[in-house]
Design a protein around this ligand. Structure first.
Ligand SMILES: [Zn+2]
Length: 436
């Protein structure tokens, strides 16, 4: 039996993300890593010069980096019934969520089922929020990259100082080390000030990451108020008290004062963000994971996608969980972002490419996994061979990327993680002979 140390994956269109799209492109993969990316003839010639046996897999559709889901809760995969209707805002949705959550679930099995859905739709990394410890292994067990974020919520300042901090540090330290770990303080209004001040230090002293829901509730929106003493001098316990005292400070401004934001932090949703809020995020290098289908089910407004794009804000894409989203297929989210950006007046013909970049490199950057020896989210020499193939017709570059962004939902053909074939559609297996 011949062993092939190198596999050549060619496709009618290759989207490297950090280099221009390539018609009739290819990438060579050895072990877990990408050896070469470029025009197929070039990659083939350079492999021939090395004189190594090559296994050639050709696909007549599109090859992209594996998708990166920058915001989900895999353990809620068994809670799809909550998303069968629409709500009138976050407070209304939570009244639909809580009774189903409290009924009890096999969180480990549900998270594993969610991870399998990611792999089957071309996703190779995720920001997964973990609320119950049984769900903490889902990314690792599925071979996915990304970060498991332990969720922190409902702590008052007193309880946090008495025992909350110790409990949260113990929970963080007991998460599986791989692929990566962090903390997710739920939201500015569901924790008081002291935990929000201390959580960034807990993660940063360990070199971990932070992720928070921000701009998902109308209460977080900035509004004009009478000038008075700054809120910091008022002895307020938290954001809710700040609102009750009449302060119009936005939630983004508030958490920024507490030191939460930074390049090691990314936020989910970013719906209720003023121009000033968006500038704060850019200044801190904080990425926003946009989840518009979840926003719709919860009954929120659309996120300001066109503004984020025009302003050059770092964006990523997330599905959120099945308790507020119709699927974990990230391409469904990209399709919705295409529609919203156009409706908001974005007319550049780079829209599809920018949103596909957000759904890959943008998510990897949000979690810091676009750097280092196992870097992912794009196709380049030395990056991890995390790949997604899509079954869409290839014509011109712009037209094909637009088709992929608008109709890639449900059309993942194969998923490669760390150089290993982890999922194939029947058509992909038939055409290429490759099988998971
Ligand atoms: Zn969420």
């Amino acid at each position: 039996m011949t062993t092939f140390p190198v596999t050549l994956y060619s496709a009618a269109l290759v989207l490297p993300v950090t280099a221009p799209p390539i018609l009739d492109g290819a990438i060579a993969v050895r072990g877990e890593k990408i050896l070469h990316v470029g025009e197929r003839a070039w990659v083939e010639r350079s492999l021939a010069e090395r004189g190594v046996p090559v296994n050639h897999v050709h696909w007549d559709g599109v090859l992209t980096p594996g998708l990166v889901n920058a915001h989900t809760h895999l353990q809620y995969t068994g809670m799809a019934e909550v998303a069968q209707r629409t709500y009138q805002g976050f407070e209304d949705w939570i009244t639909g969520f809580n009774p189903v959550y409290q009924r009890g679930h096999d969180w480990g099995a549900d998270a594993a089922a969610g991870a399998a859905m990611l792999v089957a739709t071309g996703t190779t990394a995720a920001a997964d929020i973990v609320t119950d410890p049984e769900a903490a292994h889902a990314l690792h067990d599925a071979g996915l990259r990304g970060i498991a974020y332990w969720e922190v919520m409902d702590w008052t300042n007193a309880d946090w100082s008495a025992h909350g901090r110790a409990e949260v540090e113990a929970a963080l330290d007991s998460l599986p080390d791989r692929p990566g770990t962090g903390l997710s303080p739920h939201a500015p209004y569901s924790l008081e000030i002291v935990p929000l001040l201390e959580i960034p230090d807990i993660v940063r002293e360990r070199g971990r990451r932070i992720h928070i829901h921000l701009g998902e509730s109308g209460i977080e929106r900035e509004f004009a108020h009478e000038p008075r003493e700054p809120w910091q001098t008022q002895g307020l316990g938290g954001f809710v008290e700040l609102r009750q005292a009449g302060f119009g400070t936005s939630a983004t401004d508030y958490v920024d004062h507490l030191g939460v934001l930074g390049p090691d932090c990314h936020v989910a949703h970013g719906v209720y963000m003023s121009e000033r809020d968006r500038a704060i995020l850019r200044a801190r290098g904080t990425t926003v994971a946009l989840c518009p289908r979840s926003n719709h089910i919860i009954g929120l407004d659309n996120p300001p996608v066109a503004a984020y794009l025009r302003e050059g804000s770092p964006i990523a894409v997330g599905t959120d969980s099945l308790s507020s989203s119709p699927s974990l297929d990230l391409m469904g989210e990209v399709k919705e972002l295409m529609r919203i950006a156009r409706a908001q007046g974005y007319s550049g013909d780079d829209l599809a490419e920018r949103l596909l970049t957000a759904a890959t490199l943008g998510g990897a950057h949000a979690m810091g996994i676009d750097e280092g020896p196992h870097r992912t989210g794009y196709l380049a020499v030395g990056a991890r061979a995390d790949l997604a193939f899509f079954d869409v017709p290839v014509t011109t570059i712009t037209e094909t990327l637009t088709t992929l962004a608008e109709a890639g939902d449900g059309h993942a053909a194969a998923t490669i993680m760390g150089g290993r074939v982890r999922h194939t559609s029947a058509r992909f297996a038939e055409q290429t002979g490759a099988a998971a």
